[in-house]
Design a protein around this ligand. Structure first.
Ligand SMILES: [Zn+2]
Length: 168
C-alpha cells in the first residue's frame, strides 16, 4: 500500500472515532503529525485525543473558555468528557461480542444503544467538579454550551482533514 493511500485509510478510522482504540496507535500519531494540526480549538483537541499531546489540554481549555464563555472548571470538564467520551462497555465501537450458545455473536451495545458514546450524568459531573448535584444542574446550560462548541470545532476539523486528503 502506498504511503498516501495508507494514510487515507487510517484517517478514515480516525474520523469514525476508532483510532484511539487501535492497538497500532503509533501509526495514528504519525498520521496526525503528517497532516499537521493548527492551533485553533479543533486542532488542539485533535492533538489531545489522537496525538496524546499533554500540553494540548491546557491550551484547549483556554480556547474553549473564550469560544463558549465558560469558567475554567466547566471548560476543563467539557474537554475531559470529549477526550473520554467513548462508551465504556464497547469502547466506542457501538457493538459488543457476546457468546450465544457457544458461538460468538456481534450485538449492538446496549449501554450506549449503538452510539458508541458515554452519557455523562449529573452525579459523575458533580464528582468530577467536586460540587453538589444542585450546582451541576445550575451549570447544565453552560456545560452544554461548552460541549456544543467542542462538537462544532471537532466537526470543522474533520471536514478540513477530509478536504486536505482530497486535495492531493
Ligand atoms: Zn457502547
Amino acid at each position: 500500500m502506498t504511503g498516501r493511500l495508507f494514510i487515507r485509510k487510517r484517517l478514515s478510522h480516525a474520523l469514525t472515532g476508532s483510532l484511539r482504540d487501535d492497538p497500532d496507535h503509533e501509526t495514528g500519531r504519525d498520521i496526525v503529525h503528517a497532516l499537521g494540526l493548527t492551533d485553533d480549538l479543533g486542532g488542539v483537541l485533535w492533538r489531545l485525543k489522537y496525538d496524546n499531546d499533554s500540553t494540548a489540554f491546557e491550551r484547549a481549555v483556554a480556547l474553549l473558555r473564550e469560544a463558549a464563555n465558560v469558567s475554567p472548571e466547566i471548560a476543563a470538564l467539557a474537554v475531559t468528557e470529549w477526550a473520554e467520551g467513548a462508551c465504556r462497555r464497547c469502547k466506542g465501537q457501538s457493538e459488543v461480542t457476546i457468546l450465544d450458545a457457544g458461538a460468538e455473536k456481534r450485538m449492538t451495545c446496549s449501554s450506549c444503544n449503538g452510539t458508541g458514546l458515554h452519557r455523562f450524568g449529573d452525579r459523575e459531573r458533580a464528582h468530577r467538579l467536586r460540587v453538589g448535584m444542585s450546582q451541576v444542574r445550575r451549570w447544565s446550560a453552560r456545560i452544554k454550551r461548552a460541549a456544543d462548541a467542542i462538537g462544532t470545532a471537532d466537526k470543522k476539523k474533520a471536514a478540513q482533514m477530509h478536504g486536505r486528503l482530497l486535495d492531493d
